[in-house]
Design a protein around this ligand. Structure first.
Ligand SMILES: [Mg+2]
Length: 398
């Protein structure tokens, strides 16, 4: 039996991602053979229907036109793909504290036991997450949930498209490893795979059962890490940005219960997100001059807006003052809101912010010092010792 207190790892992988993004904008193409790559002269991504016809990745467009005239050929729209990927990241962040962007259509997330418990089990958590993604983004992802990152990555491949594979029991893990041929193991290169096959290692299962000493003798160290991860030994972590000061944006999102249509409650939540985001920026001396914010309804509809700040800051008061007029207009009538989020963009290191002639920027940064002192007091004496006037005010009017 698995101990309840163990973290799990989630891997999400977009299904025919570029094509799926295009179809989300052109639903009339759903069910048709579609490829993306018209601008490159080759098929870069194919819909399931195109794959079934026999279109393969890298096939020249002139050939596709000749042999498969029914295929719809589209060009790339990278802004659209990035936009959907960004929204996916936000959705994952509203569930999990640690999310790693691995590629435009792949993410890892750390799944803590408390979140599994909250949703009433691994299966229910994935069902809820999938429902939200499909409804919000109109594209599907395949999921793998397992004891390690490597197992999660293998698991997401097993039931494509729109799959969700949960590997927790030893038997399920073993079954998955037996189904995975060695060249399909994440991190095993084209040169390494044949070398392993020569040693009689044909599947991930064979690999896991091969003696460590022989791997150490014949291969590099990363291969041993891979083996241990496949055997369920957690070594690789979900990684955020390497240098936190290089990040370009900071998000603070949260889901609250029960969902509410009470403006005051929603504003209080928003104010707290602004405080969280600003605090996380101040801790590493980052400031922002553009803030976006959103509310999400209980029907998974997103309402986004953004504001430009007059000065670079990480002061929640200034951020909330800028958001407030637009916030009321953003709020859909009568909708029940279940989560709010604030994102600080254009992050700059405080010491790199250009100062203006009138000293406004200097003053804004100086005001931050007061907030930083307040952060220290909060840290020492507890979160509730000092609350921003802005969120406090809203609380009192409740
Ligand atoms: Mg993919």
């Amino acid at each position: 039996m698995r101990k309840e207190s163990k973290n799990l790892y989630l891997h999400a992988d977009g299904d025919s991602f570029f094509v799926a993004c295009e179809i989300s904008m052109h639903p009339e193409l759903r069910g048709h053979p579609v490829i993306v790559g018209g601008d490159r002269g080759i098929a870069v991504a194919m819909s399931m229907e195109a794959k079934k016809l026999g279109v393969t990745r890298g096939m020249p467009v002139f050939q596709i036109k000749k042999f498969f005239p029914e295929v719809v050929i589209l060009s790339h729209h990278f802004d659209l793909y990035q936009d959907i990927a960004d929204k996916m990241y936000l959705i994952l962040l509203s569930y999990f504290a640690k999310v790693e962007i691995y590629s435009i259509d792949e993410c890892f997330a750390l799944v803590e036991p408390s979140i599994v418990k909250y949703f009433g089990g691994e299966k229910k958590l994935l069902v809820e997450l999938k429902k939200e993604i499909e409804k919000t983004l109109q594209v599907t992802y395949s999921f793998g949930l397992a004891r390690t990152k490597t197992l999660a990555k293998q698991a997401s491949k097993l039931e494509k498209p729109n799959g969700s594979v949960i590997l927790i029991s030893k038997e399920d893990e073993e079954g998955a490893l037996r189904k995975t041929s060695i060249e399909d193991v994440w991190g095993i290169g084209r040169q390494t795979a044949p070398a392993l096959v020569r040693l009689g290692i044909k599947t991930a299962y064979d690999f896991v059962n091969y003696p460590d000493v022989k791997i150490i003798k014949n291969f590099s160290k990363p291969l041993l890490v891979l083996k241990k991860e496949l055997a369920g030994e957690q070594i690789m972590e979900v990684e955020n940005d390497s240098d936190p000061r290089d990040q370009k944006s900071i998000q603070a999102t949260s889901t609250f219960h029960p969902a509410s249509s009470d403006t005051k409650i929603i504003w209080r939540e928003m104010a707290e997100r602004a405080e969280d985001g600003c605090k996380n920026a101040r801790v590493i001396n980052l400031v922002s001059n553009k803030v976006s914010f959103f509310v999400k309804t209980s029907e998974y509809k997103y309402y986004f807006d953004e504001v430009k700040l007059t000065e670079y800051t990480a002061d929640p008061g200034s951020v909330l003052d800028a958001i407030e007029p637009k916030f009321l207009r953003l709020l859909p009538k009568k909708a029940r809101i279940r989560s709010t989020g604030v994102i600080l963009h254009n992050l700059k290191r405080q010491e790199e912010v250009p100062l203006d002639l009138f000293g406004k920027q200097k003053k804004a940064l100086k005001n931050l010092v007061v907030e930083e002192v307040a952060d220290k007091i909060r840290k020492k004496y507890g979160e509730d010792t000092i609350k921003r006037a802005s969120s406090l005010k809203r609380k009192e009017t409740n």
